[in-house]
Design a binder for this molecule. Structure first.
Ligand code: NAI
Ligand code: A1CAB
Length: 265
């Protein structure tokens, strides 16, 4: 599969993370990536790595083949509308990572362009994202290119577009939820005797190990929990106290609150 030039429109948190992942994976040469932002002062590390930094979206789009739109939901339509003439449907693949804006909405803004929606998370910077992908009118070849790209940046899963908001919550917001869980473990770890750095390492590596058990062995969490919970032991005492305090319930309620925020806005 030949390398294509990639423009990332919107060099914020996610746009920058995507550029970092593309560089780390070797999927793109630094000079094949262009990233745009109005104030480019925060992009100096990418500039130093050889990535092209642009304030002009028209130039970035015209000189690239893959266009990743990483703008906020409130201005994506307006910006794409402004640059709709820069797109060439016979040459460009348009990928949107924008939350809550449908493929149909975006295709109406840029007539003739087929949009692939992708929902990665910020672990894309270190090639550890889960990226959910959906499409409507893109060709099989276009979708394959997008999948190959995101496969280099972690794992991918194809989903129906109606699940995109749920994917945003579980996969993209999920990074923050998981980190808050780890932070609470660190707070508890300090209270029972560890210094913060050691608690951080133990908590983070433990969560990584737990996740790897599920991913590599394709198991349900409860199967692995059973192996840890000695009868009358300390694990079940801790787990049950957490449940009495509403642990699982608070997470489920948080996930549904997050989902409702997307679908009601
Ligand atoms: N941050 C995350 O973890 C994730 C974010 N998303 C979605 O990705 C999109 C971007 O999110 P973030 O990176 O967090 O937001 P952000 O606010 O950090 O990035 C958006 C960037 O677009 C830039 N921008 C605004 N107008 C522009 C224009 N006309 N031309 C070029 N750049 C312009 C802004 O200066 C900003 O740097 C959002 O739609 C968000 O919902 C999706 C998955 C994960
Ligand atoms: O909180 C947000 O709006 C974005 C969407 C996914 C992750 N962050």
């Amino acid at each position: 599969m030949s390398a294509k030039k990639i423009a990332i429109i919107g060099g914020g948190n996610l746009g920058t993370a995507i550029a970092q992942g593309l560089l780390k994976s070797g999927f793109s040469k630094p000079s094949d990536i262009t990233i745009t932002k109005r104030n480019v002062s925060t992009l100096s590390a990418l500039r130093d790595a050889g990535v092209r930094i642009e304030t002009d979206n028209d130039i970035a789009i015209r000189e690239s083949e893959i266009i990743v739109v990483a703008l906020k939901p409130y201005n994506v339509r307006e910006v794409l509308q402004e640059f709709r003439a820069s797109f060439d449907p016979s040459r460009h693949i348009l990928i949107s990572v924008v939350t809550g804006v449908s493929i149909e909405d975006l295709e109406n803004v840029v007539p003739g362009m087929a949009v692939v929606r992708a929902m990665p998370n910020t672990a894309i910077a270190i090639q550890e994202s889960i990226t959910c992908i959906s499409h409507k009118h893109a060709t099989a070849e276009q979708v394959q290119y997008v999948k190959t790209m995101f496969d280099q940046l972690g794992a991918t899963v194809s989903i129906d577009e109606k699940l995109m908001d749920a994917a945003t919550v579980l996969g993209a917001c999920g990074i923050a939820f998981a980190l808050r869980f780890i932070r609470a473990n660190i707070q508890g770890g300090i209270e029972i005797g560890f210094d913060v750095r050691t608690a951080n390492l133990i908590a983070a590596q433990t969560v990584k190990g737990a996740a790897e058990l599920l991913i590599r062995e394709n198991r349900h969490p409860e199967e692995e929990i059973d192996k840890v919970t000695t009868p009358k032991g300390c694990t079940i005492a801790g787990l049950n106290e957490m449940e009495h305090q509403g642990f699982s319930s608070s997470l489920i309620k948080g996930i549904t609150a997050s989902y409702n925020k997307i679908v009601k806005d």
